[in-house]
Design a protein around this ligand. Structure first.
Ligand SMILES: Cc1cc2nc3c(=O)[nH]c(=O)nc-3n(C[C@H](O)[C@H](O)[C@H](O)COP(=O)(O)OP(=O)(O)OC[C@H]3O[C@@H](n4cnc5c(N)ncnc54)[C@H](O)[C@@H]3O)c2cc1C
Length: 299
């Protein structure tokens, strides 16, 4: 039985771990990876103190800070069930079972899937959900980016110097991402934007070699070798069933990061806290750790 388990090592979980270590709590971090979505961001220009840093560089700095404290870290491990029975919180992962007095759920979000024909078949065979990880594989190629929000625009910007041609397929009438990014993209000669358009099918042989899109009842085939799916995110909250969540599946917390279950805290993108940003997730992680510390002093 430990005092605290932190689930996730993105900005929220890592910051929570730094605060928990400084309070000398007996705790454990269980995570699928280190850095979370921050490690997938291209350029980060809004984390105070760094006017410019790439996502992977910032994630590395977070990790360095966390490891300075010699914490107990279970990496490459996935929580598959979490429940509270009496005063014990039971956590089941794909490898082990744990018991804890408190928990901070900082499991963030993951990419939404398209749910169309060819998606499963061509995953990692030309189709990807991570521009930062995979953009360099598409040097000199024609690619499609699916989406119109910040993640999609970020993917296009990362591809500008790499790809030969970029088709941006946006199902809304106009792009929704930041104007600054939109302006940069609209100035590029290699980007063709399809607004009010949907991707219908993906095809290829061993690898992707085309997509079918539909725009105002007209279908068109685009000869792409790469597809970047950037249509939004869903919270990683399925492993806990009996807790208050909103319609999007985000865990509902109050301003102390408490959920409706005493001892269970949540922080960052997995919660209903508005605005999903690195600096916000980090701040929420700090609050959650302090909240867990005070809770343990009370019970
Ligand atoms: C492409 C992209 C660009 C972005 N650019 C910016 C930007 O420029 N500036 C900015 O401020 N924000 C940006 N963001 C948003 C920012 O990255 C997120 O708001 C932030 O990372 C959220 O932090 P988090 O710790 O709450 O969650 P995440 O970063 O999602 O981390 C979640 C952690 O939980 C782990 N996890 C998930 N499920 C489980 C499980 N079942 N068991 C164990 N571990 C689990 C994951 O492995 C991960 O370590 C961007 C996001 C994306 C995708």
């Amino acid at each position: 039985m430990v005092d605290l388990v932190i689930i996730g090592a993105g900005p929220a979980g890592i910051t929570a771990s730094v605060y928990a270590a400084r309070k000398k709590m007996d705790f454990l971090v269980i995570t699928r990876d280190i850095g979370g979505q921050a490690a997938l961001s291209g350029d980060v220009e809004n984390y105070t103190g760094y006017q410019f840093i790439t996502g992977p560089e910032l994630a590395e700095k977070f990790e360095e800070h966390m490891r300075k404290y010699k914490i107990k870290l279970k990496e490459d491990e996935e929580v598959i069930n979490l429940e509270k029975i009496n005063d014990e919180i039971l956590i089941k992962t794909n490898q082990e079972d744990y018991k804890t007095k408190t928990v901070i759920i900082a499991s963030g979000k993951r990419s939404k899937e398209l749910g169309i024909s060819g998606e499963k078949e061509f995953k990692n065979k030309g189709l990807t959900y991570c521009a930062t990880c995979d953009a360099p594989l598409f040097a000199g190629k024609e690619v499609a980016v699916i989406g119109g929000g910040n993640s999609a625009l970020d993917a296009v910007l990362q591809l500008l110097k790499i790809a030969k041609k970029i088709y941006l397929i946006n199902n809304r009438l106009t792009l929704a991402g930041d104007l600054i990014m939109q302006e940069k993209i609209k100035q590029s000669e290699i980007v063709k934007i399809f607004n009010d358009a949907q991707i219908k099918e993906i095809f290829g042989d061993k690898m992707v070699n085309g997509i079918k899109i539909k725009k105002q009842n007209k279908e068109e085939i685009l000869p792409v070798q790469g597809i970047f799916v950037e249509i939004g995110l869903i919270p990683n909250s399925e492993f806990i069933k009996y807790i208050n969540k909103n319609k999007q599946g985000e865990i509902i917390v109050n301003c102390y990061n408490e959920t409706n279950l005493p001892g269970i805290f949540a922080a960052g993108d997995v919660t209903n806290v508005p605005e999903k940003q690195i600096i916000i997730a980090a701040g929420e992680g700090a609050k959650a750790a302090l909240g867990a510390f005070k809770y343990l002093a009370r019970v």
